[in-house]
Design a protein around this ligand. Sequence first.
Ligand SMILES: [Zn+2]
Length: 500
Amino acid sequence: MAATVTPIVDDQVYKLPLKVLVIKEKKQVLFAEAGKDFVDILFSFLTFPLGTLSKLMAVESNLQEPVRLGSISSLDESVTHLEEEHFRTQNCKEMLLNPRNSLASYCQKMKLNIDDATEPIKYFICENWECSRKVSGSLLSINFRNERCTCGKLLNREIFRENVTLEDGFVKETARFIICDDLHITPNVFGASVQVFQKLGITDMQDIEERTMHISKKEVVNLLKFSLISETPMTDFIFKKEQPLDKFSPQLQFDIAQVPSDEGKQMLVKIQIRKSNGKIVFAEAEEDFADFIFSFLTFPLGGVLHMLKGFSSLSCIDKLYKSISDLNAERYLRSQEVKDKLANPRCAFHFNVSNQMLPIEADCLPVYYCYSVRNYVKDRWVYSGTLVTSPKAITRGSEMDAPLNIVDPRSPTGESSSTEGFAKGPSIYMVTDDLVVTPMSTVFAISYLNRLGVPLFDVEERVITIGLKECLGILKASLTSASALTNGLKHLMKSIKREN
Ligand SMILES: [Zn+2]
């Protein structure tokens, strides 16, 4: 388990009430009836980066076994164990282990925000105050106080943002919804609930019982887990089934629909195939492939769903995601803009990888100014500053300069936008079928084969070309399978078999 798992501290004070209709005999949830508070929580799941989801999956709960998110959990753990020297800067590892949520400001006001282990953003300028009052070229570091200023001192003076406004979630205050067992969300109109009754063939209303649950933060984490591993998350959640996980068998569809394979950039990857079962044991590739795999941790779940056109094999997440496009933005969501953001959440800024093969973008860099005010304290002038997003009218004793240059924490030279990724190169990396990334070492590879019980004569090396279709395949398989490479590249394997 990853070392950075923070236990969820249950808020003793607040529990969210939730009304559910259940079939008593069958112990099954028909649907829940809820408003903004609960539906915002469900939608917030789509804003979490996969790395955050993997950590939340590892949080202790009343489930019998720890649950894992496909190969994402092992990828996340491998980053924990990777020495800092393999990353471009010492911040890269921290960034991958705690990827920022680009829509965090939409979640922070929610009554039960399970991603609150993520610290609020911090801002640092040069400890030498004169540096931050330069006409241009003053530096700002976000979240990292170890960056060096051009003057040689550290950017470690914390300043605070003025008037930070938090967004009020995703759905309208007055909207009411029905949430089906599979997390499909529809407006709460009578017709919708009748449809649920008819779909389940319920005629005897005697079996139906209304219950009001009171949900804590810890229980929201359970609900998140069920939504990623079960086809009936609401039932499992309400009846707190403690079943072994092999009961869940998601429909694994690894095929990626119509993607022209020869489009855009390609990567060359050496793979070691086990001849006797056709499985990929590991891949060997340059830093661009390692970066491509690392970047999965930074993708928001909703962004992944967008790339996979709503078909991720996580059946309930697919339903939850589809609910967004079905809901009328005018009536149910806070605005069309909120709907668009939720349907295609981006990576946070600085979390993009140049030459990213997948169609996912990162947020643009924000523009900040340091607004400094001079005060006469203890017989001398001292400066204090706040971070503002637009230039202010200059008043007496205050100064306002050019926008600050935001330092990319991945840039070894303090540039504001680094053109590369997280992994240090030139270097060769080894990526196992379950996406454990390590620097290539023959000794390690041999002992890995030994551990798996794969004899050397059973291994065959192939060089394959990876394009968009293959990248989407690996991403999709990584969500549900511990054989992300084998399943994600299945179509290539078929042609290799035919050659043999
Ligand atoms: Zn400086």
